[in-house]
Design a protein around this ligand. Sequence first.
Ligand code: C2E
Ligand code: CA
Ligand code: CA
Length: 695
Amino acid sequence: MIDSMNSFRKRLRRFVRWFCISRPHALWQRYLLGFIFIFVTISVSHWASLKTIEAAEDDAEVLSVSSRQRMLSQRILFLMSETRHDHDPYIDQRLESALNLFESSHEWLIDRPDLSPALRHLYFEQKPITLDAFSRRFVQMVGIAHHAEGAQAEELHEVLAGWGKNELLISLATAADLFRAESEARIKDLQFIQRTTLIAALVVLLLEALLIFLPAQISVNTAIHRLELRKKLLRKSLRELKSRNQELVAARQSLTRAANHDALTGLLNRRAVYEHLGRPQTTEHGADYTRCVMKIDLDHFKQVNDSLGHNAGDAILKHVAQTLETETRENDIVGRIGGDEFVIVIENPSSARVVDDLAKRVIRGISKPVLLNNVQAQIGASVGYTLAVSSSATSDQLLIEADLALYEAKRAGRGKSRGYSKEMVAEIETRRILFTEITRALAEDQFEPYLQPQVYTATGEIYGCEVLARWRHPERGIVPPGTFIAASEEAGLIDQIDRVIIEKGLDILEELLAQGIEIPSISVNASPNSLRDPHLTDRLLNEVAARALHPSRLTIEVLESTLIEKDDDMALQTISRLSKAGFSVVLDDFGTGYASMSNLSLLQLNGIKLDQSLIKPVPEPRSESIIAALVTLSRNLKMNVVAEGVETARHFQTVRRLGCDVVQGFGIGVPMPKEEFISWYHDYTAPSRKAGQVK
Ligand code: C2E
Ligand code: CA
Ligand code: CA
């Protein structure tokens, strides 16, 4: 029950909704319905009007005929009385025509198909005599009375006059009244129909207004409202689309920027630089070259990054970028193509001098100290560049040439600039061959130690010997270290050579000691690369232990340049570890570089080796005073002093006078293979020879 109620309500609601809020495109159905309604009602109304008019006309005739019957009955009676006394043919004729008219009118009246029951009753059923029968008898009686004579006529006339005055007249009057009433009723009916249909049409119109125009208006309003809403929404989404589009454009721009620029420095990135390089070169009148590719590499950037932190590293990179931007012109391409690698591309540089000046300015600019968190930091840079004479030089070729020039600049000692030249290729090729040869030499054990004696200045006794590497080349014979040390360093092979020489040196020491040749210690050279090996100390300890030697019998010579140029934490740590392990550590080539005094005091150094360049000018007073000062410094730091490059007796006497503890040099003995060294030893220690004698 409740269910059916609910479903009915639901249906009703749906219907009401359908009825009241029609969708605009379904309104035509209502219009059609309304139109049919109005058409029908107006048609009916029209028909009713026509019918009313028709009925009115018809009724008017019936009314006049029925009224005329009453009048005719009186006229017949009057004419009858006229003719009774005087037979006038004219009156007879009029009587006859009145009678005919009365008779035909009566026939016409009773022939009407739509007689009302009251009239039908009056005409055909009324008792004691129907009007029909009465009327017919009247006509008949008038005919008879007209032709009757005498008393019969008198009697008939009297009867007729009675009828005429009373029953017939009343009946005819009743009939006329009934006809009028009937006509009025019919007209009233028709008027009712007409009025009703008119009202129905009006109601339909009203309903149409309510159910069609109003809902239509509502629907149209709703639709317009919806459209406006949609328009608003569309406008909003259009605005949003526009702003999205703008965002997209901005994003695309920043993406393109990001794709082409280095996020940190804002310079062009590798991709953008290479893309530019890929573009064809132009030849400009008055320019010597079509293009210059310059590569800038920061010196020891990794160490700055490691020691000062990445923020400092970033600040330095920005400083470099700033410098490059300042030093270049607007049209020049400036990019960062690697961690600490920068490129400048100049189109149509006017001359090589202009480019070289730029390279120098760039180096100077970069080397300016930068303040990082109140700490001054400084970085160096090396620059290599190449100049294209013709536009046929490919970008790859130019980049390789700039790389080679940069490599040469670095080889020249950093902080330098180099322009590419064809000879560089030859040099590099030579080095490449050398590198292959050194690798093979290591594999074939072609490196061997030469020994150079060192003696005390005071007593002339043997202090030890320096073990120096020699390369026994299968074709070129003995090759001095000057040819291969630097190349081995660059190739990263120097630590292997160091290792071979140290081990062979210790072997010799062990052998000599076993032969009773008393050599207190040997000195070996440790390259910066070897010093960076964290296992060096342990390995050396193992080496000496394996030969039952005390660590103090091994002196490690470290280059003064190791301490400053590399500013190398790792190497400094190894030096301190070596010293703690009991090895002797001396600073080699002292006086050539610029060893920081702070490092000298920090490190546990056992001594310094004055470089040959300090000894060679002796007896020049200036060098003598430098030697004297360095000796004083060493004394204060409790370090002994070895003078290297002592070639003459003069040298020897001077350095001895100035306080050097030990001497080494051609004057004592040249570097020599083991066998020769043994002979030298025997010769030197022969009783006939005077201590400290220099040849
Ligand atoms: P250094 O360590 O300063 O070695 C001394 C150099 O001076 C030696 O040259 C020696 O022959 C030379 N010399 C010694 N006394 C005199 C002298 O009175 N007059 C002249 N003119 N020269 C003298 P060498 O053997 O050619 O070695 C050159 C450099 O090669 C060495 O300089 C050293 O730095 C490096 N070196 C040699 N062997 C090795 C090695 O095994 N490892 C490493 N890392 N470097 C080595
Ligand atoms: Ca040395
Ligand atoms: Ca030296």
